[in-house]
Design a protein around this ligand. Structure first.
Ligand SMILES: O=C(O)CCC(=O)C(=O)O
Length: 245
C-alpha cells in the first residue's frame, strides 16, 4: 500500500472522511476472517455480555466490541507500525488504541445505523480521534454501505438523543437535511478502507440482500485527548437505556 501522505492529510482535514484502497491484501483479509470466525465460534459465548450485540434473532452477531481487550490477535493487528504511521498525523499525536470492533451487517437481517457522530460515544476533547473502517466483504450500494456527510466534522457536536437502537444507543436529535445523493458513500472492495473523523456525521441502512457486509473497525485517538464530562453524561444515559454500546 502506497500513500501520498500530504494529499491524504489535506483531504482528511477538509472532508473528515477519506478512502484508502488496498489497505489489506487478500491474504490479510482471509486471516482476519479466519480469526473472527474462530473467535465467534470458540470464544464469544464465554465472554461478558459487553463483548457483542446480536441482531433481533438474538443469535447472529451485529457487532463485536472490545476486541482490543478480549482478543490479543486483533490488538496486534491494530497496533501494526504501518497503520500507526498512517494514523499519527491525522490524530495530531501518538495514536492510542481505545477500541477494536466489528459492524457485521449480516445478509438479510443486518440492521441499520442511525445518523450519528462517533464522538457522542467516544466523548473526547479535542476531537483528535478517528475510525479506520476496513471492508472484509464487498460493500455495495445494496448491502448497507456507510454514508458520510463531508465537512460535517468542522461544525462541532450536534444535539443528540437516545436512539433505542441496540449497538448504536445515541444518535443525532435531528437527521441532517443533506440528500443521500450528495453524501459520500463508502463503496469498497474487501481490503479497502475508509477513515472518518469522530465528528463526521454518518449512518447506514439495513442489509436486506443475500450478501453480508462485514467491516472491521480500528479506533484511534491522539494520546493528548481527554474525556469531556458533558458528552459522557449524555452517552451514559443513552447506553444505560440500550446497552452495551
Ligand atoms: O458499519 C456501519 O454500518 C456503521 C459504522 C459506524 O457507525 C462507524 O464506523 O462509526
Amino acid at each position: 500500500m502506497k500513500i501520498n501522505s500530504n494529499k491524504f492529510l489535506a483531504d482528511y482535514e477538509r472532508d473528515g472522511v477519506i478512502r484508502i484502497p488496498h489497505l489489506l491484501s487478500a491474504e490479510e483479509v482471509a486471516s482476519v476472517r479466519t480469526e473472527l470466525d474462530r473467535y465467534i465460534r470458540d470464544d464469544l459465548s464465554a465472554q461478558p455480555a459487553d463483548a457483542r450485540t446480536f441482531e433481533t434473532d438474538e443469535t447472529t452477531v451485529r457487532n463485536l466490541w472490545r476486541l482490543e481487550k478480549y482478543n490479543p490477535w486483533f490488538r496486534r493487528i491494530a497496533e501494526r507500525e504501518d497503520l500507526l504511521a498512517i494514523i499519527a498525523p491525522l490524530v495530531h499525536g501518538r495514536p492510542q488504541l481505545p477500541k477494536v470492533a466489528t459492524f457485521n451487517k449480516p445478509a438479510r437481517i443486518g440492521s441499520g445505523v442511525p445518523y450519528h457522530q462517533d464522538n457522542a460515544y467516544f466523548c473526547q476533547t479535542p476531537p483528535d480521534m478517528l475510525t479506520l473502517w476496513i471492508a472484509l466483504d464487498a460493500v455495495t450500494e445494496a448491502n448497507g454501505p456507510v454514508f458520510y456527510i463531508k465537512g460535517s466534522h468542522k461544525e462541532g457536536m450536534k444535539p443528540t438523543k437516545p436512539s433505542s437502537v441496540r449497538g448504536n444507543s445515541i444518535g443525532l436529535a435531528e437527521p441532517p437535511d443533506v440528500p443521500l445523493g450528495e453524501q459520500f458513500c463508502g463503496l469498497l472492495e474487501p481490503g479497502d478502507s475508509t477513515i472518518h473523523h469522530c465528528e463526521t456525521i454518518h449512518h447506514s441502512a439495513p442489509n436486506t440482500t443475500e450478501f453480508s457486509r462485514l467491516g472491521l473497525l480500528l479506533v484511534y485517538r491522539g494520546d493528548h485527548t481527554q474525556t469531556n464530562p458533558e458528552l459522557k453524561t449524555a452517552y451514559a444515559a443513552a447506553v444505560s437505556a440500550t446497552p452495551p454500546a
